[in-house]
Design a binder for this molecule. Structure first.
Ligand SMILES: *[C@@H]1O[C@H](CO)[C@@H](O)[C@H](O)[C@H]1NC(C)=O
Ligand SMILES: *[C@@H]1O[C@H](CO)[C@@H](O)[C@H](O)[C@H]1NC(C)=O
Ligand SMILES: *[C@@H]1O[C@H](CO)[C@@H](O)[C@H](O)[C@H]1NC(C)=O
Ligand SMILES: *[C@@H]1O[C@H](CO)[C@@H](O)[C@H](O)[C@H]1NC(C)=O
Ligand SMILES: *[C@@H]1O[C@H](CO)[C@@H](O)[C@H](O)[C@H]1NC(C)=O
Ligand SMILES: *[C@@H]1O[C@H](CO)[C@@H](O)[C@H](O)[C@H]1NC(C)=O
Ligand SMILES: *[C@@H]1O[C@H](CO)[C@@H](O)[C@H](O)[C@H]1NC(C)=O
Length: 796
């Protein structure tokens, strides 16, 4: 209290206009004045009500940052020095010779000892510029007419103060974790690490709506008010547990990747957590690094799997590495698996299989040199194989176990299980790193336990509820075809933006063309990490950059085994490119009627599997993800085949990119390919998902007949146009002479029951708009004839 009075007294003193060193805090900085860290405990800017201070903040014996802090607690809320995500700290300046000065041209510049500029405000408001720290904690630069030309509120670091707005294109960051508004207007937490990028909040298992977010308010603003409400334009809200006016608060994204609301308990002189975004800490991605496991079974801690050790014993973010190698030249039987009960590594699956035995799952992983681990869920027999391990979690409630591949010589004794405990999210030891301790306003060593235990205790019950209801929801969805669930689990979020140069290099200056379509030309490319991709150069995109981003990001989120995955995009100047996963084999048309049909004719089982796969992909688009995704151009050219002839639908979502009118979903231009287009395209009726059903019906007939029926077909030596062909197909169906329709090249090797089902479904698809079945119904019908086994066949 005395200190505050003293500061208040000091602040009422007049200040010097000259640059001489004064022993009192300043209220403003005028051109030509400067501050030095050497004077850090005496020279600083003070807000009129003394709540905030701004000046040099010590982060090491000889290291300082230019920062704003809560005067009473020395809690840093903003820093000018450049931030290094990899190191997790703001590059400091030296004690001697560094200075922050307001130049004659009105630029606020932070210079290091050797004179090199570390940071600048980039303002040039002239001689009568004035810098002041407001009561809100906002550092402002005013020009001669007292207009604000720069403010620290516009470039936050890791903290938002009351009334400071988090806006479009502004991020709060801490280490590799970011809080920002995504292109679809949703406030998200993202782990943007050196190897992977993945969104972890709100839950990537559900779309925005299911997470309670509104994608349609493009205001993109979030702020904390003076009563402790943190409100975001997408509908997200946190109300402080001590809600009400008169309390000093802040929102900070902490080093553990969560963002929390803190209230100052003035009497106890400490910050108390009064709200947070991620309830269950293990959901934060990147927390325990590659191969690391966030273990929640007995308190919260990171650990390495058996036979793995920490890469950097001081930093969990760097993860774990194996103490052995899994080479392809080693015999499989040199390896075995160690069980990690209730563990899983989220996302990045190599493949998944349902309804298989534990032993089969074990064998699949053992026999594959790229498989280093698998997760098996008993009950319904889910098997997930993995070759990269991220976001490892252990939950008492997870209904499955993870198995790590280790050499047989592995001792199996507990001794090799990494003993490191405690969630030390950042390296310790080096003094500079201490800067982060201030984020919490209390001593570094105490913080993790205070918030984890105190808060954990309160939330423990809540979490339990969340976990339990979460799993219930997950399993309850099963009244739709069960097979769709695998799409959910495959979420990987590796979606990213590429530069044009990167893609030009990857494709060798767009050398190898592998396809061409309405939307653009597709080239083969090899990314830096040796991953093969298909790069599509779009022509005719009239969309603005922002809309393009928004839409492409939405498509990028869609992840299903029967849909070609979009891995990223590039939008620079006029160039618009999309980067897709590379699908080994070519498109279905090549195998049905193209050059491939002679050398490797698709057998019946392959055809049936393709029909089911394509139906599953379309059903996912129509029913499972965002309602508006109608493909609009379903045809054999857009059904790509994997190495083992699984179907993957390409080019979805592009109907929206090519033209616009999101509100009403009216198409001004026809889209699609003649022959596959539903009759309503030509009429003036609204277009809905049933256009895809029609096109899919045409594709089914082509799969059965092996001929391009869409452009007419020769039957008994006479040319039959498509509409007549449908009539013909109906008659054949009625008289059960299905064999007449089936591709003669199969020489009678097909399943009559399945062929009949396909033709029946196809004819239904080609009926009037209202009579056509939905993709969901089609998928169910097809799967009921899938006699291979009871579970769907996967294309991985
Ligand atoms: C000043 O020192 C920093 C590192 O301490 C160095 O990166 C920078 O190049 C130096 N600048 C000049 C102008 O010497
Ligand atoms: C700078 O402008 C802001 C906003 O108009 C004002 O609140 C502040 O008092 C000004 N600073 C000075 C030193 O006048
Ligand atoms: C969008 O969000 C802003 C800020 O929360 C709010 O003021 C506005 O009413 C919202 N607009 C709509 C259409 O909901
Ligand atoms: C297989 O394991 C044995 C001992 O467990 C070892 O001697 C042998 O070198 C291993 N083989 C290979 C190819 O690593
Ligand atoms: C799933 O099982 C099938 C047959 O049992 C097998 O061919 C396929 O490789 C398996 N997929 C994965 C991802 O292991
Ligand atoms: C794995 O390999 C063993 C022997 O090499 C073989 O018996 C077994 O069938 C294989 N399993 C699978 C699923 O391929
Ligand atoms: C396995 O571990 C046990 C106990 O830690 C130890 O006594 C034994 O020597 C180890 N065996 C090998 C082969 O490393």
């Amino acid at each position: 209290m005395a200190a505050l009075l003293f500061l208040a007294l000091l602040s009422s003193l007049s200040f010097h206009l000259c640059s001489c060193v004064s022993a009192s805090p300043w209220q403003t900085m005028t051109t030509g004045s400067y501050m030095r860290p050497e004077d850090h405990d005496r020279i600083f800017l003070l807000s009129p009500d003394t709540t905030f201070s701004c000046g040099f903040h010590r982060v090491g014996t000889n290291a300082f940052t230019f920062s704003i802090w809560y005067t009473a607690m020395k809690t840093v809320v903003w820093t000018a020095n450049p931030y290094s995500a990899a190191n997790g700290y703001y590059s400091p300046v030296n004690l001697h010779g560094s200075r922050i000065s307001l130049n004659q041209d009105g630029n606020l510049v932070l210079a290091d000892t050797n004179g090199s500029m570390v940071w600048e405000s980039k303002t040039s408001s002239g001689k009568h510029t004035i810098v002041s720290l407001l009561d809100t904690g906002n550092l402002v630069i005013n020009d001669s007419s007292n207009k604000v030309v720069w403010q620290s509120f516009d470039s936050p670091t890791d903290t938002l103060l009351p009334w400071q707005k988090l806006k479009k294109d502004i991020r709060l960051a801490s280490g590799y974790h970011h809080l920002y508004f995504d292109n679809d207007n949703v406030l998200r937490l993202l782990y943007d690490g050196p190897d992977i990028t993945s969104i972890y909040w709100p839950s990537p298992d559900y779309d925005a709506q299911k997470n309670g977010r509104n994608r349609y308010n493009s205001t993109r603003v979030a702020f904390l008010d003076d009563k402790g409400n943190f409100v975001s334009s997408d509908g997200f809200k946190i109300v402080a547990s001590d809600s009400g006016p008169g309390i000093k608060r802040r929102i900070t994204i902490d080093h553990d990747g969560n963002f929390r609301m803190y209230s100052l308990d003035a009497s106890a002189r400490k910050w108390v957590v009064t709200g947070q975004a991620v309830i269950q800490m293990c959901y934060v991605h990147g927390l325990c690094g590659k191969n690391g496991l966030c273990d929640y079974s007995e308190g919260l801690k990171c650990r390495c799997p058996p036979e793995y050790v920490m890469v950097d014993p001081t930093d969990w973010n760097k993860g774990c590495k194996p103490t052995f190698t899994i080479g392809s030249n080693q015999p499989h039987d040199n390896f075995t698996f160690v069980k990690q009960p209730h563990a899983d590594f989220y996302g990045f699956d190599l493949g998944s299989n349902q309804s298989i035995s534990f032993e089969a799952c074990w064998d699949i992983c053992l026999n594959s040199s790229s498989c280093i681990s698998f997760t098996y869920k008993g009950g319904d027999g889910w098997c997930y194989t993995k070759n990269i391990l991220y976001n490892g979690q252990v939950y008492p409630y997870f209904p499955g176990d993870n198995y790590m591949k280790v050499p047989k010589s592995f001792n199996g004794s507990a001794s090799s299980i990494s003993k490191q405990e405690g969630l030390t999210c950042r390296p310790s030891g080096s003094e500079i790193m201490l800067g982060s301790a201030n984020m919490y306003g209390i001593k570094k060593d105490n913080i993790k336990w205070i918030y984890l235990y105190v808060f954990g205790a309160i939330l423990g019950v809540l979490e339990l509820l969340v976990i339990v209801t979460g799993w219930c929801l997950f399993f309850r969805k099963s009244n739709m075809p069960k097979s769709m669930e695998d799409g959910y689990k495959m979420i990987t979020n590796q979606f990213r933006r590429f530069t044009y140069r990167e893609l030009r290099e990857a494709t060798g200056k767009f050398k190898e063309e592998i396809g061409r379509g309405g939307a653009g030309i597709v080239y083969r490319g090899v990314l830096e990490d040796k991953k093969i991709v298909a790069v599509k150069k779009l022509t005719n995109v009239q969309q603005g950059e922002e809309e393009f981003w928004a839409e492409v990001t939405l498509i990028g989120r869609i992840n299903h085994i029967n849909l070609v995955r979009m891995m990223g995009f590039c939008s620079e100047g006029k160039n618009r490119l999309l980067v897709y996963e590379y699908v080994e084999n070519e498109s279905l048309d090549k195998y049905l009627f193209g050059e491939r049909s002679t050398e490797s004719l698709l057998d019946w089982n392959q055809r049936y599997k393709i029909a089911v796969g394509a139906a599953r992909g379309l059903a996912y688009l129509h029913h499972e993800c965002l309602e508006w995704i109608v493909h609009c151009d379903v045809k054999p050219e857009n059904i790509l085949l994997t190495r083992d002839f699984g179907a993957k639908i390409a080019d979805f979502g592009l109907a929206k990119l090519a033209k616009r009118d999101s509100a009403s979903f009216n198409f001004t231009h026809m889209r699609g390919t003649m022959g596959y287009m539903a009759p309503e395209w030509a009429l003036n009726t609204p277009i809905n998902a049933k256009v895809d059903v029609y096109s899919y019906g045409v594709v089914l007939l082509e799969i059965v007949t092996g001929a391009r029926v869409s452009s007419g077909i020769m039957v008994d030596g006479r040319q039959v146009e498509f509409p007549d062909f449908i009539q013909e197909a109906k008659q054949i169906l009625a008289t059960e002479r299905i064999t007449d329709l089936v591709d003669p090249r199969l020489k009678g090797n097909f399943d009559l029951e399945q062929a009949t089902a396909i033709v029946r479904i196809a004819v239904a698809c080609l009926g009037g708009r209202c009579e056509r079945p939905t993709m969901d119904e089609i998928l169910k019908a097809l799967m009921s004839y899938d006699d291979e086994d009871d579970h769907p066949a996967y294309s991985y």
